[in-house]
Design a protein around this ligand. Structure first.
Ligand code: HEM
Length: 106
């Protein structure tokens, strides 16, 4: 069993590992397809997620469509910088408080 949680918080691998900063991947050559073990959201090796080819195509299409079709705000008018990023323990990590985003017509 690989502790992906610990890998993702390892300060020898990540700058400011506890900071939610998706921009850190902007110029990154890191491959999520099980080649770079710092980041293995689909697992790696023989049991790697068989849905990976579908997911890497569909997630950008779906996310891009949602972002281009609506403006978004966080329910309760919470500012993004104030978003509660605590997680709750489980077999997989889930947000303690679900993100409830509201689509607004453009
Ligand atoms: C962003 C989307 C997805 C992520 C992040 C993801 C992630 C994962 C991870 C981490 C595993 C465990 C790999 C391991 O044991 O090392 C897994 C397994 C699996 N995933 Fe996905 N997955 C995604 C989408 C999908 C989709 C779209 C499908 C099917 C259409 C799928 C089907 C499966 C199946 C069947 C397994 C079990 C494989 C096995 O145990 O041999 N996943 N996935």
């Amino acid at each position: 069993m690989v502790n992906v949680w610990a890998i993702g918080r390892d300060a020898t691998l990540w700058e400011d590992p506890l900071v939610f900063n998706p921009d850190r991947f902007m110029d990154s050559k890191m491959d999520v397809r099980g080649q770079d073990f710092e980041l293995i959201p689909f697992g790696a090796g023989r049991r790697i997620c068989p849905g990976l080819p579908l997911a890497v195509r569909m997630v950008p299409v779906m996310l891009g469509t949602l972002l281009n079709t609506f403006k978004w705000k966080i329910e309760g008018d919470v500012a993004p910088k104030d978003l509660d990023m605590q997680d709750k323990f489980g077999l997989t990590l889930a947000r303690l408080r679900p993100l409830r985003a509201v689509p607004l017509p453009l």
